[in-house]
Design a protein around this ligand. Structure first.
Ligand SMILES: Nc1ncnc2c1ncn2[C@@H]1O[C@H](COP(=O)(O)OP(=O)(O)OP(=O)(O)O)[C@@H](O)[C@H]1O
Length: 625
């Protein structure tokens, strides 16, 4: 932990993200050498947003810098002419061409600065768009396991909520840097021309401020990284207090006060941490400015001594002061731009690191062709553990599922049914063991190609803020469907056709109350939409995880009948706690603590009188007289 930030004892260990980024070890030299990297990052984003605008921006800014330089040179000439010896009228006359040059150069600079401002206005939102697109594409391309990793969520939040903002802001600082660099070169030229000793003095005067600015940027960035878990938790509670989904339960459960109290507690922790970082930055700034002020004073004293010793003629003393001021101004602007750009580069690098990490977490390159369907799916000695969990969720699972079969997975809560379904859908890969579609190991193929052939109906389907049609065809919008025949059939089989026909715009009704003219559905109605989506996928393997938990008895009966009917020529894996619904399945697989403990038909399992028979009897007894 950097000493500037002190010990965040009150944040608690759970909220303190250790800072071990590259910047933690960055010295001043490293910071300056990062600059080309930062500029290249900004350039690549700007180029992707609009290549032409990026080129115009660089050219206009460089030209504006040259115009500034010319104005300075012309001013220096005019002053030299005015301070020269001779009659006043002659001196004024000599100064006129230089004054005209000052006016022309200044006007040109104003025009060019307008071009820079306009191009920046064009590029800045473009950079944001590109950065956001890349981030979201990277995040959605990562495998499911990433979303069970807290570090991934920290990195994602940093990239999304900080990296993108800073990438957008970096453009302005890159432009500033370019302008200041040209200005500085001119200033240096003039100062060096007056007397070489002025240059190191000038550099000395600005160095402490530059150091302070870079240090301050680093403190800010480190603090942000350390606070990210805390920020995420704060935002989570802010969302809970304002989200529509939680609004009813927050009020019904009188959870307003405890939620608000937790939100306030977290907000105070954030505030305290930010104030501490702010104070640390102010302290560093004061040191930097004090040293810079002393050094600038020394520069003027040196200039005075040079004038007194007649090394610099009195006639050019005014020019010297002007040049020192301009060069020091340019250097100050440059240092500020370097500082800001360095600060931005930390965030942009963090953003780029996230993109690279997301790419690593994306599916590996496929070694074999994805098979077109299967005659059997074979799991051999499959183990799987969630990241960071104490033990495996699946242990040594052996299972064969044949085409056309309807297989039920049953077992107590946490026995591994959903995990097994996720492996069958190629959403997770086994840590040990294999899942084969006939002769093909699914670890060797592109999982997206497998998922194309799978429909997974989730226990709590996502409520997509789309129309009813959009909710059902999502992921299969390219399926040819003349007159919506397949759409209507899927909705009917899922028992969703009636409810959709009663919506104000039928299939074109927006299913989200967060937008005007949108409507919401009941939990069971949403589940029917989710089942319709599964049916519409027309997949070879249909996996339904508690698909009817929220359905009324009649709808549940109809859905199971339709699932069995659709199973012909396909394969269905059903997860359910309602054993009466699965007794008709071809095979029932019983899981306990991640292991297959029984399997067979309903009759066989009842005869074996094991765990399934016991669970079945408990449920059946509830309906017996
Ligand atoms: N995302 C996750 N991260 C860590 N552990 C998980 C995760 N999801 C599930 N688990 C754990 O894995 C085990 C198996 O969970 P799984 O969801 O597969 O059980 P299940 O049989 O489907 O349960 P249920 O009947 O309650 O739906 C459980 O111990 C659970 O706590």
């Amino acid at each position: 932990m950097p000493p500037e930030l002190g010990e965040f004892d009150e944040l608690g260990e759970g909220y303190d993200t250790p800072f071990d980024g590259e910047a933690a070890n960055a010295g001043l030299g490293r910071m300056v050498t990062r600059l080309p990297v930062a500029l290249a990052q900004v350039w690549r984003l700007a180029w992707a947003a609009s290549g032409r605008a990026a080129v115009v921006l660089v050219c206009a800014q460089a030209a504006a810098g040259v115009a500034t330089a010319l104005a300075l040179l012309a001013t220096s000439r005019a002053l030299s002419a005015l301070f020269a010896s001779g009659p006043a009228a002659d001196r004024v006359g000599d100064a006129v061409p230089a004054v005209i040059a000052v006016v022309v150069a200044t006007s040109a600079r104003a025009g060019l600065e307008t071009v820079v401002a306009a191009t920046q206005a064009r590029l800045s939102p473009g950079i944001r768009r590109v950065a956001e697109e890349r981030l979201h594409a990277a995040a959605v391309g990562a495998e499911l396991a990433a979303f069970d990793d807290a570090d991934w969520h920290d990195a994602l939040a940093r990239a999304r909520d900080r990296g993108i903002d800073h990438a957008q802001l970096a453009l302005a600082h890159a432009v500033e840097l370019l302008g200041a660099l040209v200005g500085l070169l001119v200033g240096i030229g003039v100062v060096t021309g007056l007397h070489p000793v002025l240059l190191p003095l000038l550099a000395l005067s600005i160095a402490p401020q530059g150091w302070a600015a870079l240090r301050s940027a680093r403190i800010g960035f480190e603090g942000m990284v350390q606070r990210m878990t805390l920020y995420r938790r704060l935002w989570l509670f802010a969302d809970l207090l304002t989200a529509r989904e939680a609004a009813a339960e927050v009020r019904a459960g009188t959870a307003e006060r405890p939620l608000l109290a937790e939100y306030r507690r977290l907000a105070r922790l954030v505030e305290r941490a930010e104030v501490r970082v702010g104070y640390a930055q102010v302290r560093v700034g004061v040191v930097g400015r004090t040293l810079s002020g002393l050094a600038l004073g020394a520069t003027y004293v040196a200039l005075g001594l040079l004038v007194r010793a007649e090394v610099v003629p009195l006639a050019v003393a005014g020019t010297a002061v002007l040049a020192v001021r301009t060069a020091s101004g340019s250097l100050a602007t440059l240092m500020v731009a370097v500082d800001r750009l360095y600060e931005k580069s930390l965030y942009i690098t963090d953003y780029s690191t996230f993109l690279a990490e997301a790419a690593d977490r994306a599916r590996p390159p496929a070694e074999c062709e994805v098979p077109d369907g299967f005659a059997e799916i074979r799991l051999r000695d499959v183990y799987f553990a969630y990241p960071g969990s104490a033990g495996p969720a699946l242990r040594g699972v052996d299972l064969v599922i044949r085409r056309g079969e309807t297989v039920a997975l049953v077992g107590e809560n946490g026995s591994g049914k959903t995990t097994l379904a996720l492996l069958l859908a190629a959403l997770h890969r086994p840590d040990k063991g294999t899942v084969h579609w006939d002769g093909t190991d699914l670890a060797m193929v592109d999982p997206v190609g497998v998922r194309e052939q799978v429909a997974l109906v989730m226990q709590q389907p996502t409520r997509w803020p789309l129309t009813a049609r959009g909710n059902i065809v999502l992921g299969r919008a390219d399926r040819p469907d003349a007159d919506d025949m397949a759409l209507i059939r899927a909705a009917r089989d899922a028992g969703a056709d009636g409810l959709i026909s009663r919506l104000p715009y039928g299939y074109d009704t927006l299913l989200s109350k967060k937008f005007r003219a949108g409507v919401d559905l009941s939990g069971g109605q949403w589940q029917r939409i989710g089942i319709a989506r599964g049916f519409y996928r027309d997949a070879r393997l249909l996996i339904a995880d508690e698909p009817t938990a929220a359905l009324d008895a009649r709808a549940e009966h109809a859905v199971y009948a339709n699932i069995r009917r659709l199973a012909a020529g396909r394969t269905v894996v059903l997860i359910s706690h309602r054993l009466a619904s699965v007794r008709e399945c071809d095979r029932i697989v019983v899981l306990r603590a991640g292991e297959v403990v029984e399997h067979g038909t309903h009759d066989q399992l009842i005869r074996e009188n094991g765990e399934y028979a016991e669970l079945y009897r408990i449920q059946a007894s509830a309906y017996a007289d």
